[in-house]
Design a protein around this ligand. Sequence first.
Ligand code: SPD
Length: 279
Amino acid sequence: MAKLELWYTEDQTENQRFSCRVTRTLHSEQTPFQKLDVFETAQWGRMLTLDGLVMTTDRDEFVYHEMITHVPLCTHPNPEYVAVIGGGDGGAIREILKHPGVKKATLIEIDERVIEASRRFFPAISSGLSDPRVEIRVEDGINHVAEVKGRYDVIIVDSTDPIGPAVGLFAKEFYQNVFAALREDGLFVAQTESPFYHADLIRNTFATVSGIFPVTRLYLATIPTYPSGLWSFTVGSKKYDPAVVNPDRKLPFATRYYTPELHRGAFALPQFVAELIKK
Ligand code: SPD
């Protein structure tokens, strides 16, 4: 008897694919910037993809969103003004708002349809977007950081992969503008892909950021639905070292992945990753 099955398949490299069973396609559209799909999957709950690449899923989003936010926000002693470039699903914003000292979280997302899709299909991820401390700007983050000076304590570059609209978010000029957009003791973090598949990108980004910021660090997290499952984040900081954290610090909010002890451990790099960022 014939059996019909629906699977999502992502070409992670020319020689590597990732698949998961789809129980329903909830939404598909071509936005002015990219192809946006929302699937219901058997393994990961709802999944948002852009241009055929997984951006977030119900069941593992907490790892990425906690690690891209709490590492920089727990490094800065008093983060008040925080910006997220990209991240239209709102997951990073939700985590930022857990920090009681944050006065304003600005989301700068180029594609309004991502925000709309997240509000509609991912209520738990987008839950912070209506908070009064949140300002949403639908514009290109590249232009925004080029225009503002000394405004933010922390900038989080929650970009898509370095293709299409996100290419400029991995460029030297962008990091220079991020430096200028930060206050005198500010820091930024960018998602920088997988050390298994994007070694050159990590090497080049780290070298570029090191040429601009006095402190540059790389840390890792395990994100099962991202290519290879091992994901990197690069930090550029004007003053504070994100690798130095009190592991016994008590957090005034709940997390599922991030702990201060794990924060410290995330900077302990496997040898092949450490080699990538050697001077
Ligand atoms: N290959 C996946 C990289 C996606 C990084 N950004 C995801 C956005 C989630 N807020």
